[in-house]
Design a protein around this ligand. Structure first.
Ligand code: NDP
Length: 583
């Protein structure tokens, strides 16, 4: 396999400086965080994802083409997926392997793919190594083209999975589920959609993704802008053209500098007459060590290579005796200090990389992130930083304040008007909400989000008592994995096992017991309370934009290995964790 010269910095840097140095950096981190919190005390409410009236155009699907009228569907299936992204595809594959025939995907977009259907912005790619990220490579007999896959390859892989497992046959696209209501007498879910469908399904899987609904910052005057504008997940290629030649001679602005903007900015900088990048908080930009897959290596891969690779990733980290002894000799405070110092060293390397690439000193300073690595999604790119050396690219650093005003000509910051032809919102997505666009009513008609009002309550982040035969994928209280598809695969395997269990035993439904749910909520709370890390982080979607009090509303932090163990335990003792009803 070809070797890249520059290796990613990762978290491998060793702390070797006096403690005062690290303490001073931590003070600077705290100042930067407080500055941001002061500018936006309203937390997640600073954003909107309710796009009505003028804003509704930001959510229109530009890729769908003409939506053909069709008759409403009034039938019954065994398993119905809400959403057609990786969650649905992976779980369907496992269900098919267990002999389940009647599977329907109901999807808002015009095809399967989820994130990879919607996100087609120029430069779109995945930061997780493709041999790990692209799922079902053994089953699909496919080896990705490069070390890191680009968006179109991943989208094509999703379509290939849907073809292989015959998922297109019953799928309905251009269709949004609006209500999902449990009928206890029948032991079935009733599903209604925006196309007038009234379907029934025995099992429903909420596979609507973790970051699916685009959001916009609530910026004063946003709707008054007279130029062209769109959200990155609804890229307007009719305007920009596929090769971005439509931006020739145009002054373009992009709001946001998260993982999406980092990938889109190099292409925009090369195509636009002028590009203004409006930054509130910089991302950390590490090296992207990409290379084309060596065909000889690919040819020699043994059968089942990806499953073995994934199994290794799920194993508990093995420490040497020396490492164990060293750890045992440290107090918890010392361990945390050591981790923090190493993290700071890694961030200082990120800073030095910026200095070595970005020529203008003030721009280089402004691009430096001041927070612990992983407070925000780390980014990996080789062209983002050099783009700021172009004469036509301008960083507008709002130093944590953000753009607060837009008028008909474009954004205004500190009295300066930025007159734009095109304004692109790279402001991200609503996070991990179960039942977007949809009302889920379980036993006693209780809406799921009403049940969650005083805190999310689930078993494994997948089951919630009072919602029999409903499974949630990629939601809160599940484990977090940088390689999301590994997590989804683990959940998909578990869900397929539960459904298989119910079918084999002749049960119509299964529902988590109150005791099992209580156990899991406590597990989540206990593991979230271990460090003050979330509080110390700069605000972002990882920590609810600084709304720290929501302890049980995050991910399960006990580790992926433990999470998989707990799933296995639940599967081994189903009767202890669920109540069942017979047909
Ligand atoms: P993010 O939520 O990460 O970023 C939103 C950006 O908008 C932030 O930089 C935020 O600043 C900024 N912002 C919000 N309001 C304003 C304002 N008023 N003025 C200026 N800036 C503002 O969204 P992304 O779409 O970038 O990424 C979402 C996630 O999608 C990623 O975290 C990642 O998980 C996934 N993804 C993965 C990719 C990959 O594998 N490479 C590529 C793309 C996305 P602030 O930071 O201050 O809040």
């Amino acid at each position: 396999m070809a070797e890249s010269i520059e290796k990613p910095i990762g978290m491998t840097a060793r702390p070797t400086r006096p403690q005062e140095f690290y303490d001073s950096i931590k003070r600077k981190y705290a100042e930067e965080r407080d500055r941001r919190l002061n500018y936006r005390p309203n937390g997640t409410a600073q954003y909107t994802s309710e796009f009505s009236g003028e804003l509704s155009r930001y959510e229109v699907d530009p890729y769908a083409g003409e939506v053909k009228p069709r008759e409403p569907i009034n039938d019954t299936v065994e398993v119905l997926f809400i959403g057609g992204g990786f969650s649905a595809l992976l779980t369907s594959a496992r269900l098919r392997e267990r002999g389940l025939e009647s599977i329907r995907i109901v999807e808002r977009g015009a095809d399967v793919g989820g994130t990879w259907y919607w996100n087609r912005y120029p430069g779109v790619a995945c930061d997780v190594v493709a041999y790990d990220y692209l799922p079902l490579l053994d089953e699909m007999d496919y080896v990705p083209k490069d070390h890191y896959a680009k968006g179109p390859e991943i989208f094509a892989h999703c379509q290939a999975i849907a073809r292989k497992y015959n998922l297109y046959e019953l799928a309905t696209f251009h269709t949004t589920v609006t209500s999902t209501v449990w009928d206890a007498a029948e032991g079935m879910w009733n599903i209604e959609t925006d196309r007038g469908d009234r379907m029934k399904a025995r099992f429903v899987i909420c596979a609507n993704g973790t970051l699916s609904k685009p959001k916009l910052a609530k910026i004063k005057g946003l709707e008054t802008f007279k130029g062209h504008s769109f959200h990155t997940s609804r890229w307007d290629y009719a305007y920009t053209k596929a090769d971005l030649s439509g931006l020739e001679g145009k002054v373009v602005g992009i709001i946001g500098t998260g993982a999406t903007a980092v990938q889109a900015v190099p292409g925009l900088g090369a195509a636009a007459k002028e590009l203004y990048v409006f930054q509130r908080t910089p991302s950390s930009i590490d090296v992207r060590d990409d290379w084309p897959t060596d065909p000889n290596w690919a040819r020699r891969l043994p059968q089942g290579w990806q499953s073995r690779r994934r199994a290794r990733a799920r194993m508990e980290p093995q420490l040497t005796e020396e490492q164990k002894a060293k750890q045992a000799a440290m107090t918890p405070e010392e361990k945390i200090r050591r981790q923090e110092n190493a993290n700071i060293e890694a961030m200082m390397k990120i800073h030095r990389r910026i200095d070595s690439i970005v020529k203008d000193k003030a721009t280089a300073e402004a691009l430096k992130p001041w927070y612990m690595l992983m407070c925000k999604r780390p980014c990996f790119h080789n062209d983002y930083l050099p783009t700021f050396n172009r004469a036509n690219v301008h960083l507008v650093d709002t130093k944590g304040k953000g753009i607060t005003e837009i008028n008909e000509k474009g954004p205004v910051f500190e009295g300066k008007q930025y007159e734009l032809d095109v304004l692109i919102y790279a402001t991200g997505f609503e996070v991990q909400k179960t039942g977007i666009y949809n009302q889920i009513k379980g036993e006693k008609g209780l809406e799921l989000n009403d049940k969650y009002r005083d805190g999310i309550r689930t078993l494994l982040g997948i089951h919630s008592q009072g919602y029999p035969n409903l499974f949630i994928m990629g939601g809160y209280q599940a484990s977090f994995q940088f390689n999301l598809t590994d997590m989804l695969q683990a959940q998909g395997d578990h869900i397929a096992a539960c459904i298989d269990y119910a079918r084999r035993h002749g049960f119509q439904s299964l529902d988590a017991t109150g005791q099992a749910e209580e156990w899991w909520v406590n597990e989540v709370v206990e593991h979230r309370g271990k460090t003050t890390r979330n509080q110390e982080c700069t605000p972002g979607y990882y920590n609810f934009e600084g709304e720290f009090q929501r302890r049980q509303d995050g991910n399960y932090n006990g580790g992926f290995f433990q999470y998989c163990n707990h799933m296995n335990e639940v599967q081994a003792r189903m009767e202890e964790h669920f109540t069942f009803t017979k047909k």
